[in-house]
Design a protein around this ligand. Structure first.
Ligand code: 13P
Length: 287
């Protein structure tokens, strides 16, 4: 059974660890993430961007696949199916399709409009027992066509959005989607601390988890980050393992071109990456 993200994140906030949101792209990806989390006894949030949802033939296909996979693989850890950086329309579609957790990214709207739309979606989600993530201050970089300029969140605006009763808050603190540039200045812990103080025990979300050094991850968790999103890092591991397989002529060996063999090294690489992140985030054994 799929669950909302609320309880797992409240437990993480109290226990000073973070639950990973691992974005999925296809069947192999989903299987790898679920198997890694089950092995580590970690709760998990499966992230689906609107672009990935479209790629996987729509949100209803994704929900059906994830539900069936949880059952058929015998997954017993809490699994939340979460829309990543949803538009207002995308959020409504995912609610209808059976997602258990929604992110509405209204960070590009003026704050009044972000508040208005977030407020409406909190009501809808909570009536159905779903969790809602909101965003203040854009995350830098690009993810599936969602482009942000890396604006640092205003703690007072964070407070206004948090007071709407949302379940988790993503706040821009210098984090970026994708690989961090050489000259990246790091996370803005001063602002994170202010946001954490002003929003009380709200679970905070750190987007752009790929490539953030371990000491910064740990410090962010100590300041209230309870959910960390990872997407690019699994893509890089998958890609590197697949490249290695082909460059070593794996596909030319006995039936090595069979997709079940061809995609295996990449799928195994995702499992390893997810397990490393679970160790770092401290969610192992917290299921
Ligand atoms: P990365 O691709 O940088 O890991 O970011 C993932 C993310 O924040 C998803 O919303």
């Amino acid at each position: 059974m799929l669950v909302s993200s609320t309880q797992m994140l409240q437990k993480a906030r109290e226990g000073k660890y973070a639950v990973g949101q691992f974005n999925i792209n296809n069947l192999e990806w989903t299987k790898s993430v679920l198997l890694a989390c089950e092995e580590m006894r970690s709760p998990v949030i499966l992230g689906v961007s609107e672009g990935a949802g479209k790629y996987m033939c729509g949100f209803k296909t994704v929900t059906a696949m994830v539900k069936a996979m949880v059952e058929e693989l015998g997954i017993t850890v809490p699994v939340s199916l979460h829309l990543d950086h949803g538009t207002y329309e995308g959020a409504k579609k995912c609610i209808e399709a059976g997602f258990t957790s929604i992110m509405f990214d209204g960070s590009h709207y003026p704050i009044e409009e972000n508040i208005e739309k977030t407020k409406e979606l909190v009501g809808i989600c909570h009536d159905l027992g779903l969790s809602l993530e909101a965003e203040v201050g854009a995350i830098g970089g690009e993810e599936d066509g969602v482009i942000g300029n890396g604006e640092v969140a205003d703690p007072n605006e964070c407070k206004m959005i948090a007071d709407l009763g949302i379940d988790m808050l993503a706040a821009g603190i210098g984090n970026i989607h994708g690989v961090y540039p050489e000259n990246w200045k790091g996370l803005n812990f001063e602002v994170l601390e202010q946001i954490s103080k002003i929003t009380g025990d709200m679970p905070l979300v750190l987007h752009g988890g790929t490539g953030i050094p371990a000491d910064m991850i740990k410090k962010a968790i100590s300041l209230g980050v309870s959910k960390i999103n990872v997407n690019t890092e699994c893509q890089l591991s998958f890609c590197a393992a697949t490249r290695k397989y082909i460059e070593e002529d794996g596909d030319k060996k006995s039936k090595g071109f069979d997709p079940r063999k061809l995609l295996k090294p990449g799928a195994e690489a995702i499992i390893e990456t997810v397990k490393e992140k679970i160790e770092l985030f401290g969610s192992a054994g917290k299921a």
